[in-house]
Structures are given as structure tokens and as C-alpha cells.
Design a protein around this ligand. Structure first.
Ligand code: ATP
Ligand code: MG
Length: 556
């Protein structure tokens, strides 16, 4: 599982019946990961437009920023906000802060000034590292943030107003990073279970909650993902290859664990070149894939859909793509087949949540093509079980209930929220709030979020089942099922769909399509057509709360 030049001692262990070689002493803290990554030297780490930063340059910038933060008095346990687009400064700030034993708080760059201020206030951040665009939003709120003593702003035209300072005045612009002094990161005497991150959940079902993650949580996630890839080879009777540096296009935002913990951290470990795309644009993505010979991309399912659907796709050479993997949101089985068919690239899926530091289940391409409605089996370090909704007993194979998970990548709890922590983290397990089933071979199938399940006159209707049938219709590229109120039945299913360019289909035809494939009570009583793709949050999840009112206005 290690690059051949790794300095860590290996040992042979048996994990779930598979004999494999793992680190005897796994990396214990994020600065150790940074030191390991520094061995990738002059190899390009990040590409952002025409800026190319090597691993060594990134390490020097990280070290310089860590020294500046230490001089400001930032140390163990202090929270430091990080609010910016996917820029090269992001991994600099992330490792500078965590190398001091301080806790990095990545904030959603899509948030308004008030929402960003909420994140800073909730976490009690003493410092903030942000881009000028975010500072324009937060600045007016800064008076309400008495804990916030230091602000470093990057990529601004003008010098920011006090108390903010320019990040570039402290460590220079990226082209100056190679000239920064070499040397090591500070020694903060960190233990694996020291807190490292507060990532906020997406806020799909309520207010975003801060999940307090440790150094161990993130590092185990890297290892277990690497092991999952190796496991797929072992199952085919092949020897897993040593990880080779790839070119990865990072499209989804780093302030969520999918991009940060699964993408960026795994990439740093393997020595990948990470191409950042601060603003999503399909054609620009095609150009980058062609120019940089990108090997892997994805992130969330909607990105894969958009790459597939775009009419200009065939104008670009995308043959370097080897894998398109995603997670973090439901995906239709149709997508798996399309990725293989259109790109020849291998599809991958994983299930996880902010509270699990990213990956709990991981689906290898081969398994995924055979079971396109599953999100894979649990990773080696995790257990999953399906519990009755009241949490009272475990359900047998095949039955749908609440998914519970455990493993060393699961965070310690919610920041500053003991009630939510007590409800969600139970006896070493996390109650995920997702409804799922597990088959006899251990593959997990997500059927809905408990809060989205529609109950029509006592019958359960799982969104994904109906949405997947809608996606199978050749004209449909986006679909969401929501419950709308009914006087006697409680709720009824209704759908919103978006059609591929140039396609047309009537509401009655679509209803008939569902009726032929599913029980009649699951057929949407109303289907609305949206001229645009459906509203999604930064993690690619459809915001169903924005869709329900469409039907209320209809009924009114
Ligand atoms: P909040 O907890 O604030 O309501 P959220 O749960 O949407 O927001 P995240 O932690 O970003 O915030 O998302 C985790 C959720 O994403 C899971 O609970 C699950 O519903 C969904 N999810 C993640 N991966 C997958 C997947 N591979 N397939 C289907 N759903 C997934
Ligand atoms: Mg959640």
C-alpha cells in the first residue's frame, strides 16, 4: 500500500480474511503526512490556471505561514476559519494551521456573510484565512465576532481594511514560494486523537453542524481508501500496484470532506497533481482534461452527468481519463453504465458523511458495474449494520432500516452541541439518518434519507427508487421526488424533472413510464418540468426543500 520509497516500516496483517502489508506505524498526525508528501519534491502538486506549485514549494509556504500564525499566538486547540474557493492557498492554510495543533474550520464558500459569520462564531475562531471575495462578505459582520483577532486575505486587488492583512505580505505570492526558506514544520507534539478539523455538514436537513475530526480520523480515511483499491485487485487475484502519481481534477469544493479528506488528502499521500477549478464550467473542465491529461475526476454524481450530457464533449480529447468516482449524494444506476459507455473510464462510488471524515463504503468499478444501485461494501476499518428505526434491534439481511456505522474515521462528535452528539453517536456507532439495506455479500444500498422518505397512507415510498426509474427514461437527466401533503393519505409522491437538451416528453407519458415499472402508489401524482437543472447544494445534493414549495404554489 505504500510508495516504494516510503520510510515507514511495514508488517503483514490479515484484515477481514485478506492478508496484506500495511504500515506498522501509520502516520500519526497531519504534519507527518505533510512531511511524507514533501518527499514528492519538485513534482507538481497544484495547478491553478497558469500557477504550478511543487510539493516542495507548497511545504515551504506552509512552513512560512505556520511560523506567522505561531507568532500571532495561534496554538493548540485554537480554531482558525478557512474560507475561499479551491485555490493553491487552501492546502497551505490547512496544513499550516493543523501543524500547530490548531483546529482548521473550513467554511462553505457559497455561504452569505451572515452564514460565514455563524460558522466563525459557532467555532469561536480566533483567526481567519480567506480570499478577498469572502472578506467582502464577512467584513461587514466582523464587529459581531469579538473572538476573531487575526484575518489574512489573499487574492485581493486593494489592501483590506484592518484588522485584515494581506496573506501575500507574509508569505508572498505563489510564484515566490520556491524562494522561501527551507526547514521543517514546527513540532507541536501532536497525538493522533488531538482535534484537527471542524467541517460543517451540508445543512440538508437542518442547520449545519460542526463535526469535530481528529488527525487519526483523516489519516485512517486515507489508508482505508488505499486499502479498498488494493482489495479490489486482491479479489481479482492480482497483486495491487504501488500507487503512482496521477493527475486529478478537483472540481468540488474543498470545504466538504469528499473533496478534502477523500480527494486532496488521498492525493497528497499518493503524490498526485491536483488541478483546481475554483469555478465550475463544463467546457473549461474539458479543456483542462485535454491540456493536463487528467486521469481522474468526479466528486459528486451531478458533475459526471454534466460531463456526459454536454454537446461539446466530443470536440475534446478526453482519452486520458481512467476513473470517474464520486460520492456524497445519491446517483442513478443509469450513470454507471453511461460513464463506462461514454468515457470508457471506470466509475467509482463511495458513501460517507461529514461525520465519517469521508468514506465508509467504497465500490470498486467492477463491483459497481455489476451492482449499479449499491454504494459498495464497507471499507476494511468500518462496520455497518441496519437497525430498526427506533434503534431497538438489528434487522436481517435485505430489510430496509437505518444505517449505522462505526470505525476509526468517525468523528468524536459535534462541536459545541452535546444534545446532537448524544442523539447521533451511540455506543461507538453513528446513526446516519439514512435508510438502507445490506445484501448477503455485504453490499450496501441507500434507499433514502429518513427525513425524505414519503409515507403515503402507511406505505413507504423511497425517493431513490422512483427517481432511478425516471432517470432511466431517455429524455430525463435530472429528477427529484418529494412528498406533497394530502388530506387523508398524509403525503403523496410528486416529482420535478429536467430534460436533456432537445428532448420532450409529456407528464402523462412519464407517469405511464413509472406506472409500468413500479407499484401504482409510487407513481408521482404530479410531475413538474424544470427548465433548469435542479437546485443543488455545494455537495451536489438536490435541495428538496426548495422544490416542495413549487407544488404548494400550484395547489394554492
Ligand atoms: P445535514 O446533516 O446538515 O442535514 P448532509 O447530511 O446533507 O447535511 P453531508 O454530511 O454532506 O451533509 O452529507 C451526508 C449525506 O449524503 C449522507 O447522510 C447521505 O444521505 C448522502 N450520501 C453520501 N454519500 C452517498 C452515496 N454514495 N449515495 C447516496 N447518498 C449519499
Ligand atoms: Mg447529515
Amino acid at each position: 500500500l505504500c510508495a516504494p520509497d516510503t520510510k515507514f516500516e511495514m508488517e503483514t496483517v490479515t484484515i477481514r480474511g485478506v492478508r496484506t502489508r500495511v504500515w506498522k506505524h501509520a502516520l500519526g498526525s497531519l504534519p507527518e503526512l505533510a512531511r511524507h508528501a514533501r518527499n514528492h519534491g519538485d513534482h507538481t502538486f497544484t495547478i491553478h490556471e497558469d500557477e504550478r506549485i511543487s510539493y516542495e514549494s507548497w511545504f515551504r509556504a506552509t512552513r512560512a505561514l505556520a511560523a506567522e500564525l505561531a507568532a500571532m499566538g495561534i496554538g493548540k486547540g485554537d480554531r482558525v476559519g478557512l474560507a475561499m474557493r479551491n485555490l493553491p492557498e487552501w492546502p497551505v492554510a490547512f496544513f499550516a494551521v493543523t501543524s500547530l495543533g490548531a483546529i482548521i474550520v473550513p467554511l462553505n464558500a457559497w455561504w452569505t456573510g451572515a452564514e460565514l459569520a455563524y460558522g466563525l462564531k459557532d467555532s469561536g475562531a480566533r483567526a481567519l484565512i480567506c480570499d478577498a471575495e469572502r472578506w467582502d462578505r464577512i467584513g461587514p459582520e466582523a464587529n459581531g465576532l469579538p473572538d476573531l483577532k487575526h484575518v489574512l486575505v489573499c487574492r485581493g486587488d486593494a489592501a483590506p481594511d484592518a484588522p485584515a492583512r494581506r496573506l501575500e505580505d507574509l508569505i508572498g505570492t505563489p510564484d515566490r514560494y520556491p524562494g522561501l526558506p527551507e526547514g521543517d514544520l514546527p513540532d507541536a507534539d501532536l497525538a493522533p486523537d488531538d482535534p484537527a478539523t471542524i467541517f460543517y455538514t451540508s445543512g440538508t436537513t437542518g442547520n449545519p453542524k460542526g463535526a469535530l475530526g481528529t488527525h487519526r480520523n483523516i489519516l485512517t480515511n486515507i489508508l482505508s481508501s488505499a486499502f479498498s483499491a488494493a482489495r479490489a485487485c486482491l479479489r481479482r487475484g492480482e497483486v495491487p500496484p504501488a500507487p503512482t502519481p496521477k493527475v486529478m481534477l478537483t472540481i468540488i469544493p474543498l470545504f466538504h470532506v469528499t473533496a478534502c479528506n477523500a480527494g486532496l488528502m488521498g492525493g497528497i499521500f499518493a503524490g498526485h497533481t491536483m488541478v483546481f477549478m475554483p469555478k465550475w464550467d463544463v467546457v473549461k473542465a474539458f479543456q483542462i482534461i485535454e491540456r493536463e491529461k487528467v486521469n481522474t475526476t468526479g466528486g459528486v454524481p451531478t458533475i459526471a452527468w454534466q460531463l456526459i450530457e454536454h454537446p461539446d464533449r466530443t470536440k475534446y480529447d478526453l482519452s486520458s481519463l481512467e476513473a470517474i468516482a464520486y460520492g456524497g449524494a445519491p446517483s442513478a444506476p443509469e450513470l454507471v453504465r453511461k460513464i463506462k459507455q461514454v468515457f470508457g473510464a471506470l466509475p467509482g462510488n463511495g458513501w460517507g458523511m461529514t461525520e465519517t471524515s469521508a468514506t465508509v463504503t467504497s465500490h470498486s468499478a467492477e463491483d459497481y458495474l455489476n451492482r449499479p444501485d449499491s454504494c459498495g461494501p464497507p471499507v476494511a476499518v468500518s462496520d455497518i449494520k441496519i437497525m430498526a428505526p427506533d434503534g431497538g434491534r438489528e434487522l436481517p439481511v435485505g430489510e430496509v432500516g437505518e444505517l449505522w456505522a462505526r470505525g476509526p474515521q468517525i468523528v468524536t462528535g459535534y462541536w459545541n452541541n452535546p444534545e446532537a452528539t448524544a442523539e447521533t453517536f451511540v455506543d461507538g456507532w453513528i446513526r446516519t439518518g439514512d435508510l438502507a439495506r445490506v445484501d448477503a455479500e455485504g453490499f450496501c444500498y441507500i434507499v433514502d434519507r429518513a427525513k425524505d422518505m414519503i409515507i403515503r397512507g402507511g406505505e413507504n415510498i423511497y425517493s431513490s427508487e422512483v427517481e432511478n426509474v425516471l432517470y432511466e427514461h431517455p429524455a430525463v437527466t435530472d429528477a427529484a421526488l418529494v412528498g406533497i401533503p394530502h388530506r387523508t393519505l398524509g403525503e403523496e409522491p410528486a416529482a420535478v424533472v429536467h430534460l436533456a437538451p432537445g428532448e420532450s416528453v409529456s407528464e402523462e407519458e412519464l407517469k405511464a413510464w413509472v406506472r409500468q415499472r413500479l407499484a401504482i402508489f409510487k407513481t408521482p401524482v404530479r410531475i413538474l418540468f424544470s427548465g433548469e437543472t435542479l437546485p443543488r447544494n455545494a455537495n451536489g445534493k438536490i435541495v428538496k426543500t426548495e422544490l416542495k414549495p413549487l407544488f404548494e404554489t400550484e395547489q394554492a
